[in-house]
Design a protein around this ligand. Structure first.
Ligand code: TYM
Length: 327
């Protein structure tokens, strides 16, 4: 089985990314041949600082290994190192529907907030479809917010196959049942987000223990005192239950039974300790890995080579089926 997922290097990665992303990457690498891509080309579609992109690309590589990706099992690489990605995106843009792209929730939300809306922000999901389809991917581990983009990638694959002959596998999404959508700690009606959440609303993977404790202690809770999972009625407590379940691996009903009527205070303290216990060793490993840049770059070079070898035959087939004269 082929597994592929991508993650943006901009901004600091948070607990939501851990839950929908990193955690699933480390688990799925055991199930087949896995490719994980640092999607730097996606990160230029909204305003960004070139210097920061440079640093955060290497930061993210270190986080991917620190959260459990094994370079001997998984191919970890940077998108811009494999030119097949932007090439595939251009070819696929001819079978992507303008109308469907305009209906993408992320495009609508992000474009409303920008003064300058780039063409790249609009075509972003086509690049993402190319990422996935080039690898003849079976399974795409993602969080809930990427489901619509995956549906679009499936539509693009089907349309291409229909028009030019069977070329792509049609991939399936895998979204975790618990923790597929981690919410902002301060505004639990909104998802935890790199760009939209205030500092207090998101726990960063690299936050030191005391910062994590402070953020969870001040997390917004709901009226009442019972610790019960009811996302509509109790969005704050339900989110904390999901966070604790992700951090400890315990099922939500078990947690409800344990904290039932003990009040919010002790529950929140335990959630904080569970998150500290999860993230503290990750942060330590991250710092070690990040300090050795030549080693990181070496791993990424190895990953890019393997990715190129895997993606190029698909790209070649695309060109041939579409009628291009090859050099
Ligand atoms: P990105 O970089 O925004 O997020 C990386 C992963 O984290 C998940 N995620 C969440 N999961 C649970 N709760 C949250 N609050 C939360 N916030 C983010 C995302 O769903 C994602 O799985 N377009 C993609 C990157 C991409 C990609 C791809 C993904 C590019 N090409 C190919 C899969 C396959 C993105 O911006 O993810």
């Amino acid at each position: 089985m082929r597994i592929f997922s991508g993650i943006q290097p901009t901004g600091e990665k948070h607990f939501g990314n851990y839950s929908g992303g990193f955690r699933q990457y480390a688990a799925t690498q055991e199930e087949g041949e896995a490719f994980f891509c640092i999607v730097d080309l996606h990160s230029i579609t909204t305003a960004y600082e070139p210097k920061e992109l440079h640093e955060s690309t290497l930061d993210l590589a270190a986080i991917l290994f620190a959260t459990g990706l094994d370079p001997d099992r998984s191919t970890v690489f940077v998108q811009s190192h494999v030119t097949a990605h932007p090439e595939a995106a251009w070819l696929l843009s001819s079978v992507a529907s303008y109308g469907q792209l305009g209906r993408m929730i992320q495009f609508k939300e992000k474009s409303e907030r920008q003064e300058f809306v780039s063409a790249g922000l609009f075509t972003y999901p086509v690049l993402m479809a190319g990422d996935i389809l080039l690898y003849q991917t079976d399974l795409v581990p993602i969080g809930d917010d990427q489901k619509q983009h995956l549906e679009l990638a499936r539509d693009i694959a089907e349309r291409f196959n229909h028009r030019y002959g069977e070329t792509f596998k049609v991939p399936e999404a895998r979204v975790p049942e618990t923790g597929g959508r981690i919410m902002d700690l301060q505004e639990p009606e909104r998802k935890m987000s790199t760009t939209d959440s205030q500092a207090a609303g998101k726990v960063l993977i690299t936050d030191p223990p005391d910062t994590i404790r402070k953020k969870l202690k001040s997390a917004v809770t709901d009226s009442g005192t019972d610790v019960r999972y009811a996302p509509e009625e109790k969005p704050g407590i339900s989110n904390l239950l999901e966070i604790m379940s992700v951090a400890t691996g315990e099922a939500i009903p078990e947690l409800e039974a344990r904290y039932d009527s003990g009040g919010y205070g002790p529950f929140k303290e335990d959630v904080a300790e569970a998150v500290v216990a999860l993230l503290d060793p990750i942060r330590t490993r991250y710092e070690e890995l990040r300090a050795d840049e030549p080693e990181l770059r070496g791993l990424l070079a190895r990953g890019a080579e393997k990715a190129r070898e895997t993606a190029e035959p698909t790209l070649e087939q695309m060109y041939e089926r579409m009628g291009f004269v090859r050099p």
